[in-house]
Design a protein around this ligand. Structure first.
Ligand code: GLY
Ligand code: MN
Ligand code: MN
Length: 429
């Protein structure tokens, strides 16, 4: 993204701060995977949202009339091992900050930065060690009242930043479109090439390689490739089973492009056609999904989409004789959860389960333009539930698309990925 996007976000946060308020936003650290091997680095979403910087361990400091950043120092020797660092001067210029320091100056400068600031905004809870150091500092600063100085009196979570992230700008929507485009390449290739006898991890490898090849960072979350009854495990990620002849395969996977991820689920047969039982369940979930998408529009409370979906699926399960009794009681008692145990959607953006409030004073928030959400109803038939006819046990279907709220007309960012049975089966011919 153009650097002005980040500069403008910083300005906008500064304008929302009052006097004597300070916000700290920390970059992600490197984390050890085993011995001296690190996990693949992924920047903290809040920090990236404001800075666009992909380096570890930086800190952005904002007050209404002051901005500063702490970063890894330029260091020729270290840069030979781990890559070029931006350095404080480049960061100061790029983000047009008042000051920019090497991280080595953090300890000595943070005292001055927090002195006489009434409110400290920080995402407490993400990193306990860091929190504990900050709290100790706040305590020490508040011991200096005798000198006429004080430290932060109020510690607050900067939820305003998450409310900003909730509604996507044009640049962000473009990133999500690009993530969707790349995701489609991976999913379609699986639909075409999957055959009985392949292993789930082979499909995972195809997804990751297509995402990387087309400029994404890889998957935005662990790829779920679940064949046969594995599809009834909602967050199945072991991906080790061999695909059998009559399996349907549930693939929940999205490419991540510059910190923005798609989140898509499709189900397709290993051989040329779905079985009759898979078809029945697939059609019910697909209709539920289409109905839910039609409701995903401005001024509709987000939770309404979920409630209507529960009703539609419960009625469908009753018609098919998987559930008996009065639909309202099946819903009230939670009996439907034997088949549908997750929510119909969530916010989507830099994090797959993106930030922002879903309820205001107990009432579901109405959707408005710029919000991006998933719509992902599913039905899961417990492989060991003897109340279910044997030929349906172990079927799991979820269909998930990413929707941009756009007035009355939901815009399906992932609409190019086939989901009609006829389209999917045609790919296999
Ligand atoms: N991939 C996780 C989800 O669909 O929410
Ligand atoms: Mn998903
Ligand atoms: Mn999802």
């Amino acid at each position: 993204m153009n650097q002005s996007v980040f500069r403008n976000r910083i300005r906008s946060v500064q304008n929302s701060l009052r006097d004597a308020e300070v916000l700290l936003v920390f970059a992600a650290p490197l984390r050890i995977r085993n011995r001296d091997v690190e996990y693949k680095f992924r920047q903290d979403s809040d920090y990236y949202y404001l800075t666009g910087i992909e380096e570890n361990d930086g800190v952005l400091v904002l007050r209404r009339n002051y901005s500063a950043h702490f970063s890894l120092p330029k260091d020729k020797e270290k840069e030979i091992w781990t890559g070029i660092r931006l350095g404080k001067t480049e960061i100061k210029n790029r983000l047009e900050l008042d000051e920019s320091f090497d991280l080595g100056e953090w300890e000595s400068r943070i005292v001055g930065i927090l002195t006489n600031q009434f409110t400290l905004y920080h995402f407490f809870g993400k990193d306990k060690e860091r929190d504990s150091k900050l709290l100790e500092l706040v305590y020490v600063l508040n011991e200096r009242l005798r000198e006429g100085k004080f430290g932060p009196q109020r510690l607050e979570i900067p939820n305003f930043l998450h409310e900003m992230r909730m509604y996507k700008s044009q640049e962000e929507i473009d990133k999500l479109r690009e993530a969707a485009r790349i995701t489609a390449i991976g999913h379609e290739r699986l639909m075409r090439e999957t055959k009985p006898g392949m292993y789930e991890f082979e499909l995972e490898a195809i997804l990751e390689s297509e995402y990387l090849k087309h400029g994404a960072w890889g998957g935005g979350y662990g790829h779920i490739v679940a064949a046969g009854k594995n599809a009834t495990i909602l967050h199945y990620t072991s991906n080790k089973s061999k695909i059998q002849n009559n399996d349907a395969i549930l693939v929940d996977s999205g490419a991540e492009k510059d910190c923005y991820t798609a989140d898509v689920t499709r189900v397709f047969p290993a051989s040329k056609k779905f079985t009759a039982e898979q078809k029945v369940i697939y059609e019910l979930v697909l209709q539920a999904q289409k109905n839910a998408i039609a409701e995903t529009k401005a001024n509709v409370e987000f939770n309404t989409v979920h409630e209507k979906t529960i009703r539609f699926l419960t009625e469908g399960l009753k018609d098919l004789k998987f559930l008996q009794g009065d639909v309202s009681s099946l819903i009230e008692t939670g009996e439907y959860k034997r088949f549908y145990m997750h929510r119909t959607g969530h916010y989507l953006g830099m994090d797959v389960h993106d930030v922002g409030r879903y309820f205001d004073n107990g009432r579901s928030k109405a959707m408005t333009n710029g919000l991006v959400v998933t719509v992902e109803p599913g039905l899961y038939f417990d492989p060991n539930d003897e109340r279910i006819p044997e030929n349906f046990r172990g079927i799991g279907v979820r269909i998930e698309d990413d929707i941009l709220i756009n007035g009355e007309t939901p815009e399906i960012l992932t609409s190019m990925i086939p989901k009609e049975i006829s389209e999917i089966e045609a790919l296999k011919e």
